[in-house]
Design a binder for this molecule. Structure first.
Ligand SMILES: C[C@@](CO)(OP(=O)(O)O)[C@H](O)COP(=O)(O)OP(=O)(O)OC[C@H]1O[C@@H](n2ccc(N)nc2=O)[C@H](O)[C@@H]1O
Ligand SMILES: Nc1ncnc2c1ncn2[C@@H]1O[C@H](COP(=O)(O)OP(=O)(O)O)[C@@H](O)[C@H]1O
Length: 289
C-alpha cells in the first residue's frame, strides 16, 4: 500500500486586499507546512471503484474531498482504475489547518502515481483549485506567498520554528467569515519583501475573536508565552518557539482539556519529503508528480 502524509498548513500571515465580482476575496498570505497531519493509504481497486475507510463522521462519502479528488482525476483523464483509500484523520475539521485541502492534494498526487497517469504538477494544481482555494499549495509542496484567491504562488523561505498549535473546541465555517460585513477587506497590496518586514497579522482574527470568545480567551492565554496568531479563518491558533521542549512545556501548561499539538515548520511539504524517500527506495518507480 502507498502510504503518504497530508500535512497541515499554517497561514503565517493573512491579509484580505479586496472582494472580487464573483464574491471571492483577494488575499495575501504566507503558507508554511508543519510535520503533523492526516495520513492516507492507497491500494488499487477494480472497475473504477472508489472507497474510503473509515468514513469521516459528518461528511457524506461523495462530499469528502478525498473521493471528490479521486473522481475528478478519473473524469479528467478517462482513467478506469479504482482505489481503496485508508484515512487516518488527525487534523480537526474547520480548524484553518487545511486538512480537507491537504487530503485532496495528497489524493491527487498519490493516484496520479498509482494509476500511472503522468500528469504534470501544474495540471494537478489546476485540477485541485476546482476543489478548494488551498489545494494548489499542497500540490506544489513548497512554502509560498499566495495572492489572488490564494492560487498565485511565489515560493518563500520563512524560518522553520517549532509551533504549538491549539484547537479551541469550535469549528469556523470559512464562508461565514468571508460573508461577514465587518470583515476587513482593504488591506494594502504589498510586496512579499514589504510583508515580511512588517509585523505579521491575520485580518480574520478580530472578527473570529468577537464571535467566538473561546478563541479570544485561548489566544489571550497563549500570547503570555510567545507571539501567537490564528491560522486561516480559524479556529486554530499557533505560537512559534525556538525549541520543541519550549513548545511542549507550554502545551503542558495549557488550560485543562485544551487540544493541541507541537510540530516543526517545514518549507518543503512532508508529502514531498515522503515521495523523495519513496523514490530513493524504488528508483525505477514513476517519478512524475
Ligand atoms: C482563506 C483560507 C486561507 O488558507 O482559509 P482556511 O479555509 O484555510 O481557513 C483559504 O484560502 C480558504 O480556502 P478553502 O477553505 O479551500 O476555501 P473554499 O472552499 O475555496 O471557499 C469557501 C468559501 O470561502 C469564501 N472564499 C474563499 C477563499 C477566498 N479567497 N475568498 C472567499 O471569499 C467563498 O465564499 C467560498 O465559497
Ligand atoms: N477529507 C476531509 N477532511 C476534512 N474536511 C473535509 C474533508 N472532506 C470534506 N470536508 C469538509 O470540508 C470542511 C473544511 O475542512 P478543513 O479543510 O479541515 O478546514 P479548513 O478549511 O478550515 O482548514 C469540513 O468542515 C468538512 O465538511
Amino acid at each position: 500500500m502507498m502510504v503518504l502524509p497530508a500535512p497541515a498548513k499554517l497561514n503565517l500571515f493573512l491579509y484580505i486586499t479586496g472582494r472580487r465580482d464573483d464574491g471571492y476575496h483577494n488575499l495575501q498570505t504566507l503558507f508554511q507546512f508543519v510535520d503533523h497531519g492526516d495520513s492516507l493509504g492507497f491500494e488499487p481497486a477494480p472497475d473504477g471503484e472508489l472507497s474510503l475507510h473509515p468514513a469521516l463522521p459528518g461528511v457524506a462519502e461523495e462530499q469528502n474531498l478525498i473521493i471528490k479528488a479521486a473522481r475528478l482525476l478519473q473524469h479528467h483523464t478517462g482513467c478506469t482504475q479504482g482505489a481503496r483509500i485508508h484515512l487516518t484523520k488527525r487534523l480537526p475539521m474547520g480548524g484553518g489547518l487545511g486538512g480537507g485541502s491537504s487530503d485532496a492534494a495528497t489524493t491527487l498526487v498519490a493516484l496520479n502515481r498509482l494509476w500511472q497517469l503522468g500528469l504534470p504538477t501544474e495540471q494537478l494544481a489546476q485540477l485541485g483549485l476546482t476543489l478548494g482555494a488551498d489545494v494548489p499549495v499542497f500540490i506544489r509542496g513548497q512554502a509560498a506567498f499566495a495572492e489572488g484567491v490564494g492560487d498565485i504562488l511565489t515560493p518563500a523561505h520563512p524560518p522553520e520554528p517549532w509551533y504549538l498549535v491549539l484547537h479551541p473546541e469550535i469549528e469556523v465555517a470559512t464562508a461565514a467569515v468571508f460573508n461577514d460585513p465587518e470583515l476587513t477587506r482593504n488591506s494594502p497590496v504589498l510586496s512579499l519583501q514589504q510583508r515580511l518586514a512588517l509585523p505579521w497579522q491575520n485580518d480574520c482574527e478580530p472578527l473570529v475573536k468577537k464571535h467566538h470568545p473561546e478563541v479570544a480567551k485561548l489566544l489571550g492565554w497563549l500570547l503570555e508565552y510567545a507571539p501567537s496568531r490564528m491560522t486561516g479563518t480559524g479556529a486554530c491558533i499557533f505560537a512559534s518557539f525556538g525549541s520543541r521542549e519550549k513548545a511542549e512545556q507550554t502545551l503542558a501548561k495549557a488550560p485543562e482539556g485544551t487540544r493541541g499539538f507541537v510540530a516543526k515548520g517545514c518549507n518543503l511539504s512532508p508529502l514531498f519529503s515522503a515521495l523523495q524517500k519513496m523514490d530513493a527506495a524504488t528508483p525505477s518507480s514513476n517519478t512524475a508528480t
